[in-house]
Write a protein that binds this ligand. Structure first.
Ligand code: ADP
Length: 382
């Protein structure tokens, strides 16, 4: 079996775009059996040049003794780029991908390889959880929905596709590196749910920003390289927003449906509308909208306060002609359990907070089971 030193040795004689040895850019090595997962930290402003370096590194590592397969991904440090905080960097990344797409003569990203992804073939229903913008509780909802589906006897996977800011390591308190089994990454497990996150593959202390092409590639790997096995449902925590990266996932994955998470505020709702239309564009069924932080549950008196204009999501869902699945309260236990790595449905399944998600999960399950057929991925042109 190859060692980390073998990997670094394989990179000898290769140089990054800046002329520095490529071995010095290695930010993570994950080895198991004959498969090597390696990440390289590169300058996001030199995406094209780094892509060439990535390909060269992959070829060199694959040729190293004891290695049969190599997967090299690109990461970029964000901490050292204070002028480019995450949302802006993300917008730029999407802008870049967009510019590329236009260079290809289409309004959407270059068409991805069509056809089934073998790693996803034994999954009955794939559900995307999306939001028009970050911070609305999409990841919290994804995690508790996945746990809620598992609580009803389903075999469930949870894929953290939010490569800009993976949340599942924190939400489930998971720090282990996934093992490689049979040439594929074995998901980690918590409360009986199989979980995979880009956050497991890279050092958690290295904050990253992923550029458009890098993100697409990283996501393709996350979709194609994970040993999910047989599942009733795979919940995908989508990256926030509705840019090209999100569209790419929606196109590549045979989605059984999408759940849109929104807060009651108008702005979030405008964004949520964009998310709805993105899935409509790729003809993925919208299972419904969830209004998160819909009302405040006082931990002292149990009273309910409607801090924001409550009910906006229900009204909007009706206007858009998509189902309204329900609402989750702004609740301290939901936040505390999420931040403690013990999401409420897993840790306190009998609590009223868990009941909210169990109820939502039951609705999602029924909608999936009663849907006639699963949507095939569609390529959108123009
Ligand atoms: P997103 O994935 O949309 O960026 P997160 O799920 O990471 O959002 O949630 C953002 C923050 O809000 C987290 O600290 C989370 O614990 C908290 N949060 C999410 N939903 C709720 C809720 N219903 N009640 C209280 N806190 C919540």
């Amino acid at each position: 079996m190859a060692t980390e030193a073998d990997i670094l040795k394989a990179l000898e004689g290769l140089y990054g775009p800046g002329g520095a040895p490529l071995a010095g850019a290695v930010s993570g090595v994950n080895l198991s059996g004959a498969k090597a997962f390696v990440s390289l930290a590169g300058d996001p402003s030199q995406t094209q040049a780094w892509e060439a370096a990535r390909v060269a590194a992959e070829r060199a590592i694959k040729a190293a003794p004891g290695v049969e397969q190599a997967v090299v991904t690109l990461t970029a440090e964000r901490a050292s780029r204070p002028e480019a905080p995450q949302p802006r960097a993300q917008a730029q990344a999407q802008g870049h991908a967009h510019a590329q797409a236009h260079a290809h003569g289409a309004g959407a990203p270059p068409p991805q390889q069509k056809g089934g992804i073998p790693a996803l073939e034994k999954i009955r229903f794939i559900v995307a959880v999306a939001s028009g913008k970050g911070g609305v509780g999409k990841s919290t909802t994804s995690a508790n929905l996945a746990l809620g589906l598992a609580a009803q006897g389903w075999r469930v996977g949870l894929l953290d596709a939010d490569v800009y800011g993976p949340s599942m390591p924190r939400l489930f308190g998971l720090t282990d590196k996934p093992k490689v089994e049979g040439g594929k990454l074995a998901p980690l497990e918590a409360y009986g749910v199989k979980i995979m996150s880009m956050g497991f593959l890279v050092d958690e202390n290295v904050p990253m920003v992923w550029r458009g092409p890098m993100v697409s590639q990283a996501i393709s790997q996350m979709l194609g390289e994970v040993a999910w096995g047989e599942l009733d449902a795979l919940v995908i925590d989508m990256p926030p927003g509705t840019g090209d990266v999100q569209l790419t996932i929606a196109q590549q994955v045979p989605l059984a449906g999408a759940v849109i998470v929104s807060t009651p505020q108008d702005l979030a709702l405008i964004d949520a509308r964009r998310a709805v239309s993105m899935f409509q564009k790729v003809e993925a069924p919208i299972l419904g909208v969830i209004e998160n932080m819909s009302y405040f549950l006082c931990p002292h008196c149990g009273g309910r306060s409607e801090i924001f204009a409550h009910g906006g999501a229900r009204h909007d869902a009706e206007q858009m002609g998509v189902p309204f699945l329900g609402e989750a309260p702004l609740d301290i236990k939901i936040r505390q359990t999420s931040d403690a790595g013990t999401p409420v449905v897993g840790a306190e399944p009998d609590s009223p907070q868990a009941a909210v998600y169990l109820n939502l999960a039951a609705k999602v399950k029924t909608l999936l089971e009663t849907q006639k057929q699963r949507a095939a991925p569609k390529i959108v042109v123009g």
